[in-house]
Ligand binder design. Structure first.
Ligand code: Z5A
Ligand code: MG
Length: 210
């Protein structure tokens, strides 16, 4: 009798600006697909190509202004639009790698001063990650990297506030820290080691709290 197919895993990359999340999420998906074509998909949040994501993109690029409560719900809605896709892939044995998730949503909105309980409630019910890889980069190292400054939230003040909030969201039962100061290949190896140790036997869950 054929062995039952194992489910996929949901891995979320979180961390501060320029910690290397997008680079390493892409590397992991490429390396998994090189080993087995179609075995992993990458999903960035916000998904700047969806109808909601396009509005978020315009907000981030300072092309339009949005009420901050509405924006928070739009980031959540953007994730819920992928709820079914994530669950279907996991059930089929395909790994889903997310570049940012609800923890960015909560951290940025708390940093802006929105009400805590309200902020923490809008992503409840989303698929629960098997692992949140927290990319821990030191400010001095991040400052040497490119791609900072053009978008609305890329300010030193906002980054300091987010840096203070993000660790308070941590849940050691599924959060793992990645030393993001290392070179690209070292970080990639660390990520892969964490990936290989994930448990596909336990049931896939939904987020009950954030
Ligand atoms: N946001 C929100 O408010 N609410 C939400 O619910 C969500 C997001 C989901 C857009 O996010 C903004 O939306 C973001 C949070 C907010 N605001 N800010 N600020 P985004 O994910 O689209 O942002 P991004 O443009 O992808 O930037 P990022 O995520 O901050 O960067 P990163 O992905 O961590 O880093 P990277 O792009 O992989 O690398 C940055 C540069 O460093 C690049 O030149 C790399 O080549 C270089 N790099 C990366 N790793 C290394 C190492 N190890 N060594 C040397 N150089 C490296
Ligand atoms: Mg990124």
């Amino acid at each position: 009798m054929a062995a039952a197919q194992k489910r996929g895993v949901l891995i979320v990359f979180e961390g501060l600006d320029r910690s290397g999340k997008s680079t390493q999420a892409k590397r992991l998906v490429e390396s998994l697909n090189k080993r087995a074509e179609g075995s992993a998909v990458l999903q960035a949040f916000p998904d700047r190509s969806s109808p909601i994501g396009k509005l978020i993109d315009q907000y981030l690029k300072k092309e339009i202004d949005l009420d901050e409560h509405s924006l928070h719900l739009m980031f959540s809605a953007d994730r819920f639009l992928k709820n079914q896709m994530i669950r279907e892939n996991i059930a089929k044995g395909i790994d889903v790698i997310c570049d940012r998730y609800c923890y960015s949503g909560v951290a940025y909105s708390l940093a802006k001063g929105l009400p805590e309980q309200w902020v923490r409630s809008s992503d409840v019910g989303l698929p629960k990650p098997d692992a949140v890889l927290f990319f821990d980069v030191s400010p001095a190292v991040a400052a040497q990297r490119g791609g900072f400054g053009a978008e609305r939230l890329e300010t030193a003040t906002m980054q300091q506030k987010v840096a203070a909030v993000m660790p308070t969201l941590r849940d050691d039962s599924f959060w793992k820290t990645v030393n993001a100061d290392g070179d690209l290949d070292t970080v990639e190896k660390d990520v892969f080691r964490l990936y290989e140790n994930l448990n596909r036997e336990k049931p896939f869950e939904s987020l009950e709290k954030i």
